[in-house]
Design a protein around this ligand. Structure first.
Ligand SMILES: [Zn+2]
Length: 263
C-alpha cells in the first residue's frame, strides 16, 4: 500500500502548497552512480540545478569492473578532478572484504553496502533485486535469514552506511509492514546503533518506511540520503524530503563523510 499511496500524498502536497518540496537544510545524495547515459559532467549540472550535493559511488566487488586495488586507484585519479563531490565505495557481495586492502578502502570518503547479496543455507548466492536469482522456499524463513545476514554484515563489515535499507524481493515487497515486524526492526536498529552505521533513506525504492525511520531516530541512529540511480532518469530526492517532514528529521539527524585529501 505504501508504494501506491506516496505519489498521491505528494501530489496533494504539491497542489496545496503550490511549490516544490524543499528542506530547511542542504541535502546531500551520497548514492549517485555514473550509470546509463549519466556522466560526471551531467552530475555537475544536475547537482547545481537541483541544489543537491552528491557523493559519487563506484560498485566494487566480485564480478564488477572494480575488483582490485589498482582499479580503485584508477577511479580515484579521475575523481581527483572533481573535488566538489564526495567519493564513495559501494561494497558489493560479501567477498569485498577480502578483495581490497584496508589502505585502498580508506582512500574513499565513505564506504557503504546493502544486504541484497548473500549466500543462503543451501549455498545459493541470492541477489534479491533479481527475481531469477532469489530463492524463496518459505517467506518467513527467507525473511529470518535475510535479517540474520544483515545483522552479521552490520556487525562484521567496515562500512559507514547501510543502503537500500530494508529492501525486499519483488514477490514480498507489497507486504513490507508484515515482514518488517517490530522485533526485526529493533534487531536491525540495535545493530546500526551499536556499530555506529548510518541508515540510508532511499529515493528510488522509497525505503525504509516512516515507522522504521522514526524508530531509528528514537534510538539515535543517523541517516543519509541516497538514490542509487540506474541511469540519468532521477531527480530531486523526493522520498527523503517527504520523510524529513514526516519524521521531523533535522540536520543533526544526518551523517556526512569528511572529504579526504587525495592529491
Ligand atoms: Zn548503488
Amino acid at each position: 500500500m505504501k508504494k501506491q499511496l506516496l505519489p498521491v500524498i505528494m501530489t496533494l502536497a504539491f497542489v496545496t502548497t503550490g511549490c516544490r518540496q524543499t528542506s530547511e537544510f542542504a541535502i546531500t545524495d551520497l548514492h549517485v552512480h555514473l550509470k546509463g547515459n549519466f556522466t560526471i559532467e551531467d552530475a555537475i549540472r544536475k547537482s547545481e540545478a537541483e541544489n543537491i550535493q552528491y557523493g559519487i559511488a563506484v560498485n566494487c566487488g566480485l564480478g564488477f569492473p572494480v575488483h582490485n586495488d589498482s582499479q580503485i586507484d584508477s577511479f580515484l585519479v579521475i575523481m581527483n578532478d572533481y573535488p566538489q563531490f564526495y567519493v564513495g565505495m559501494q561494497a558489493e557481495g560479501r567477498e569485498w572484504v577480502d578483495l581490497f586492502s584496508k589502505e585502498s578502502i580508506e582512500k574513499f570518503d565513505y564506504v557503504f553496502t546493502d544486504a541484497m547479496t548473500f549466500t543462503d543455507e543451501k549455498g545459493r548466492r541470492n541477489r534479491i533485486w533479481l527475481p531469477e536469482e532469489t530463492f524463496i522456499d518459505n517467506e518467513e524463513e527467507f525473511m529470518d535469514y535475510l535479517v540474520k545476514s544483515l545483522i552479521t554484515i552490520l556487525n562484521t563489515e567496515p562500512v559507514d552506511i547501510y543502503v537500500n535499507a530494508t529492501f525486499l524481493p519483488e514477490q514480498m515487497a507489497d507486504r513490507y509492514d508484515h515482514f518488517w515486524t517490530e522485533k526485526r526492526m529493533n534487531e536491525v536498529i540495535n545493530a546500526l546503533r551499536s556499530n555506529n552505521i548510518a541508515l540510508e533513506i532511499n529515493n528510488r525504492y522509497e525505503i525504509p518506511s516512516a515507522d522504521f525511520i522514526k524508530r531509528a531516530k528514537k534510538a539515535g541512529v543517523r541517516f543519509t540520503v541516497g538514490t542509487n540511480n540506474a541511469d540519468e532518469n532521477f531527480s530531486g530526492a523526493k522520498y527523503a524530503l517527504y520523510m524529513i517532514k514526516e519524521c521531523n528529521l533535522t540536520e543533526g539527524d544526518f551523517w556526512l563523510p569528511v572529504k579526504k585529501e587525495r592529491r
